[in-house]
Design a protein around this ligand. Structure first.
Ligand code: ZN
Length: 458
């Protein structure tokens, strides 16, 4: 059979409801649709019922970790805690917190002694600092994590047969060695890895998007997505009209939402996730960021004590699924708060806000932190004048504002630019402007709007 005819037939099969479901099961595991069906029901359960579900799973996770992980057995013994005494979520605070340093130093002791009998893969993450962290994620954990993501995508009208475009960079830790353009016919997913934020890379990415006409765009760096959206606005305003655009990986600013909305014709929908598959958050149709309590437990800690809704603290998470490499009370490096009032969408899933993450999102001032209210890049008066912008901070006393000039930038714009940056910083931080040719990615291979070397202290 002619190859192109065969490809066309395969494409038709995949785009049928049954074909796309089978392709998804091949890509994400046979149990994924069953988990998804379960999650579609549990999202409407009461908070009390979801709490019970977490208690049940947690008892299993703690019992399993005690039996199979030398690291957790030693830790539980050290605080005099046996799995039989463990009742659920409320007992978590009796256990010590797991740091990224612990994961790095004690990989082989944390790993379950029977991990070789559990299907798993080696995961890595780099974070903004570029320091590599290795861990295991088992198949069950990934199937549940993928089902949680599908539930979220479905809130925004995305179905198995829809076409996905994934945007990232060639340098990110997760992409290393992968080709710049990859298409998976089975999952109808096009992955575009940009080499840099220059016109050539952006232009090529947008041509691909225009040809592919995705139903959904997903990007794990809001900064990267904002650059793509700005380029679309300037050069190909009708490039594509997806049903949804998902972005995360760092804080989302209101003017970034505006520019993405203008460029693609749909609102930006925020998500929060991590490669450890421990926790996931996604905005619902009403714009609130819901947690997936079926996937992991979230605690908000300040000085080691759990905080009530509304109070900001360090985010500590426990996986309810990973047996090969248990994550129990894992300090993921981000700061946030739970919200108390239920979401008008009617789901029982708790909602939260991410305030910021390690070395990104937050600028330190001599007396606390600064939450920037806008990104400047999306501001209409600077479109065409500013092509790239980054806040780079090494000390609490000042910040370097790195700017890549756009084609319309004139020297007379400098005083107004100084004024707008000062307003953006609320006059609370001294700054220096540095004009550069381009913005380099972070050691972790991501483009970030804020890079801060000042440690977060809550
Ligand atoms: Zn909601």
């Amino acid at each position: 059979m002619n190859l192109s005819v065969r490809a066309r037939i395969e494409d038709l099969l995949v785009s049928s409801p049954v074909g796309s479901l089978l392709a998804e099961m091949r890509a994400n595991g046979a149990k994924m649709p069953w988990y998804l069906a379960w999650l579609e029901r549990t999202q409407w359960a009461s908070p009390a019922r979801l709490h019970e579900l977490q208690d049940e799973r947690l008892r299993r996770v703690i019992g399993y970790a005690y039996e199979h992980s030398a690291f957790y057995r030693m830790r539980l013994d050290a605080v005099g805690f046996t799995p039989e005494r463990f009742r659920g979520v409320d007992d978590l605070q009796s256990l010590p917190v797991l740091t990224r340093g612990d994961v790095r130093e004690h990989f082989s002791e944390i790993k379950a002694d029977n991990a070789n009998h559990i299907r798993h893969q080696l995961g890595t993450t780099s974070g903004t600092s570029g320091a590599r962290l290795e861990f295991l994620r088992d198949v069950e954990t990934m199937q549940m994590g993928n089902a949680v993501q599908w539930r979220y995508w479905r809130w925004h009208g995305i179905r198995f047969h829809h076409r996905f475009a994934q945007l990232s960079t060639v340098g990110s830790a997760e992409s290393r060695g992968a080709p710049p353009v990859q298409y998976s016919r089975g999952s109808r997913r096009l992955t575009l890895r940009l080499r840099s934020l220059d016109s050539e890379s952006l232009g090529q990415a947008i041509d691909r998007l225009a040809r592919f006409q995705p139903d959904a765009i997903r990007c794990g760096s809001t900064t990267l997505l904002t650059h793509v959206a700005s380029y679309v606005m300037r050069h190909q305003p009708q490039c594509c009209r997806p049903k949804a655009v998902f972005a995360g990986g760092e804080r989302v600013f209101p003017d970034q939402r505006e520019i993405v909305h203008e460029a693609f014709g749909v609102p930006l929908v925020e998500f929060y996730g991590n490669w450890e598959y421990v926790v996931f958050g996604g905005e619902c149709e009403r714009g609130r960021l819901h947690l997936a309590p079926e996937m992991g437990c979230v605690e908000i800690l300040k000085d080691g004590r759990p905080q009530p809704p509304g109070e900001t603290g360090e985010i500590v998470v426990t996986s309810l699924w990973n047996r090969a490499f248990p994550f129990i009370r894992y300090a993921i490096g981000d700061v946030g708060r739970l919200e108390g009032e239920p979401c008008p969408c009617g789901r029982g899933l708790p909602t939260w806000r991410i305030v910021g993450g390690r070395q990104k999102d937050l600028l330190a001032t001599p007396v606390g932190y600064l939450h920037l209210s806008g990104s400047l890049l999306g501001t209409p008066r600077w479109r065409g004048k500013i092509q790239g912008l980054r806040f780079y901070q090494e000390t609490r006393s000042d910040v370097l504002v790195q700017i890549v000039k756009g084609p319309d930038f004139r020297n007379e714009d400098v005083p107004a630019l100084r004024e707008d940056i000062d307003r953006c910083l609320e006059g609370r931080l001294a700054f220096t402007i540095q004009f550069c040719e381009g913005l380099a990615d972070t050691p972790g291979g991501k483009y970030r709007y804020i890079v801060s070397k000042v440690p977060i202290e809550i």
